[in-house]
Write a protein that binds this ligand. Structure first.
Ligand code: PEP
Ligand code: MN
Length: 333
């Protein structure tokens, strides 16, 4: 249920609604909107007596939320959520690009790649320090050393950095170094990790599980928001289908579906969907056309030497071409 406050509602009167809900055993979460605050009433098993809240000062209306997800739902918040990271804004119609290698491998690799992607127009740098690999024999990432390299990249280039958290134990360490916490496809339904990310003050980039429905994905975002972290960016990265011509199948229609159901920004990662370099630029352009709120693209200064995902990583020159084409398409639409 959603208690919509009047435009000029006072802090005291908003707090009175929160206190009343909590006194009855519910969880109340104030949700700042464009011009007014609403209070989401959660953990109500069954319907809540709406008339109770209507009697409170500065309450405009009380709306029943019919979706299984609450805080992520457009029913609860009509305006797009804007997630700010440095100079980048996700959700305002601009198209921030996150670029960098799959994994951080060395200082030279990270710095050289970061300089190249910055020059081409990327607004954020990415790179995994803890890598979720299918095989335990594959490169698992440099761990804390990789995080330190990311911090150095930020210092040298000014680009905010994005890296993955794989488990709750090292979350605090990752938070110290990164600007955005990424939760990967394999962990989309790791509920303890989602709850931990929900307690963080860093924005969370939540990738779609490789077989997740839209509802499962939004429910995963709900876990993060329910813990109090409202800065969630969704990321479509391809789902598993029967095809063999690409690593995954990029589900572009989900961008429109997310926007209908949720106020959260949704970006697209064509690299993990494609798995092969030659599909990445066309898919990035297609994602721009369907209204993605940003892109995440793997770039490596020497892809043939990459320790993970080299086949899908763009050469810096190709990334430059990609950004230039993306900008043209974006300005047209
Ligand atoms: C990644 O971004 O490097 C990654 C592992 O992505 P995904 O979780 O989408 O496979
Ligand atoms: Mn990768």
């Amino acid at each position: 249920m959603l208690v919509v406050m009047k435009i000029d509602a006072t802090e005291t009167n908003i707090k009175a609604v929160v206190d009343a809900a909590e006194k009855r055993g519910y969880v109340a979460r104030p949700i700042p909107g464009g011009d007014r605050v609403s209070v989401g009433i959660l953990h109500n098993n069954g319907s809540v007596d709406t008339s109770m809240f209507l009697g409170f000062a500065d309450v405009k209306e009380v709306i029943a939320v019919t979706k299984p997800y609450k805080l992520v739902s457009r029913e609860v918040k009509k305006e797009n959520t804007l997630v700010r990271v440095g100079d980048n804004i996700f959700g305002d119609g601009s198209l921030p690009v996150i670029a960098g290698p799959c994994a951080i491998e060395s200082m030279e690799q990270a710095i050289e790649t970061a300089k190249a992607v910055k020059e081409a127009g990327a607004g954020l740098f990415r790179g995994g320090a803890f890598k979720p690999r299918t095989s335990p024999y594959s490169f698992q990432g440099l761990g804390e050393e990789g995080l330190k390299i990311l911090a150095k990249v930020r210092e040298e280039t000014g680009l905010p950095v994005v890296t993955e958290i794989m488990d709750c134990e090292n979350c605090e360490m990752v938070e110290e170094y990164t600007d955005v916490l990424q939760i990967g496809t394999r962990n989309m339904q790791n509920y303890s990790l989602l709850k931990r990310a929900g307690k963080s003050n860093k924005p969370v980039l939540l990738k779609r599980g490789m077989s997740a429905t839209l509802q499962e994905w939004l429910m995963a975002a709900e876990y993060i928001m329910e813990e109090g972290n409202l800065n969630v960016i969704l990321c479509e990265r391809g789902i598993r289908t029967f095809v063999k011509h690409s690593r995954n199948t990029l589900d572009l229609s989900v961008v429109r579906a997310v926007k209908k159901e949720s106020h959260l920004p949704v970006i697209v990662d064509p690299s993990h969907a494609a798995g092969v370099r030659d599909q990445v630029i066309p898919l990035a352009l297609a994602a721009t056309c369907v209204g993605a709120d940003g892109l995440m693209i793997e770039v490596h200064y020497k892809p043939e030497e990459a320790r993970s995902d080299g086949a899908q990583s763009l050469y810096p020159e190709q990334f430059k071409e990609c950004i230039s084409k993306v900008k043209t398409i974006h300005s047209l639409i």
